[in-house]
Ligand binder design. Sequence first.
Ligand SMILES: NC(=O)c1ccc[n+]([C@@H]2O[C@H](COP(=O)([O-])OP(=O)(O)OC[C@H]3O[C@@H](n4cnc5c(N)ncnc54)[C@H](OP(=O)(O)O)[C@@H]3O)[C@@H](O)[C@H]2O)c1
Length: 281
Amino acid sequence: MTTSAHGAPTLADFAGTIVLVGAGKMGGAMLDAWLALGLPPASVAVIEPQAGPGLTALSSRGLMLNPLLKDVREVSAIVIAVKPQVAPTVVPTLAPLLTPNTVMLSIMAGRTLGFLEGALAQQTALVRAMPNTPAAIGRGITVAVANARVSSEQRELVQTLLSAVGAVEWISDEALMDAVTALSGSGPAYVFLLAEAMAKAGAAAGLPPALAATLARATVAGAGELLHRSPLDAATLRQNVTSPGGTTAAALDVLMANDGLAPLMTRAIAAATKRSRELAG
Ligand SMILES: NC(=O)c1ccc[n+]([C@@H]2O[C@H](COP(=O)([O-])OP(=O)(O)OC[C@H]3O[C@@H](n4cnc5c(N)ncnc54)[C@H](OP(=O)(O)O)[C@@H]3O)[C@@H](O)[C@H]2O)c1
C-alpha cells in the first residue's frame, strides 16, 4: 500500500483485486461507493447470478463480471454480501481465490467467524461486519470484528472498504455482535416506526393524515440530521428544546415515565439480541 498524499488511504492506494460476492442491496451499495471514491473497475471482480444492466455496463469498463475463479489474480479482499442462508454453499466455493495476502470480509448477519473458518477449511484472515441500511446513502454505521490473522494493512483495507458507506467501529469481542445487530443493524426500522407512530398520533390529534405524515417524516429526518451534525449528545439536544412547563415537557413527561420509551426500547433491543443469538445458533 502507498498512502495517498491526503493522509488516510484511499481504495486506489491498495494493490490487488477486490472480489464482491453478491451485488444485491448492500453489496451493490458498497460497490457503487467504492467506484465513486475512485476504485478502478478493473480492480473489481463481481460474482452475482442476477447481474443487472449496471453491472453489465461496468464490465465494459473493465470490471470482471462472473469470471472463472482461476482467472482472478492477486485477490486482496473478498467481500461476501449474499444472504446468510446461502452461505454454506457459497463460502466454500471461494477457497480457490484465497492467497496468503487475502482478507475475507463478511457482512452476513449471524454468520460467525467460527462458521467462516469452518467453511473455508483453511486458516484465513477474516473480518465479520454488520452494516445498516443507511449505507445505501453513505450514512450507515458498521461494526467490525477481526480474527487474529488479520494484519494491520488488511484491517486498514477493510476499514477503507467499509468507511465508503459510513462510519466504522471495531470491537474485539465477537459476542457483542448480537447486541450490535439489535441496536444499529435493526435500528433503522425502529426510527421508521417512530415516524409512523408520530404520524398516527398527529392524525389522532386532529391533523389531516397526509399533513401528519409529512410533518412526522420531516421531523425525524431533520432531528436525525441535527444529531448527526451537532457536537452535542442526544440528551443535551433534547434538553435544549425543552422549556420547563412547556409543550415539549408535557410530551416528555409521558415518554420518560417509568412505563415510557426507555423500558420499551430496552425490551425491544433485548428481544432482538436474543433473536440474533438464536439465529446464529
Ligand atoms: N440490507 C441491509 O440493510 C443489511 C444490513 C446488515 C447486513 N446485511 C447483510 O448483507 C447481506 C446481503 O443483504 P442484502 O439485503 O443486500 O440482500 P440481497 O439484496 O438479497 O443481496 C444478496 C445478493 O447475493 C446474490 N446471490 C445469491 N446467491 C449468490 C451466489 N451463489 N453467488 C453470488 N451471489 C449470490 C443475490 O442474488 P439473487 O437475488 O439471485 O438471490 C443477491 O443479488 C445479507 O447477508 C445480510 O445479512 C444487510
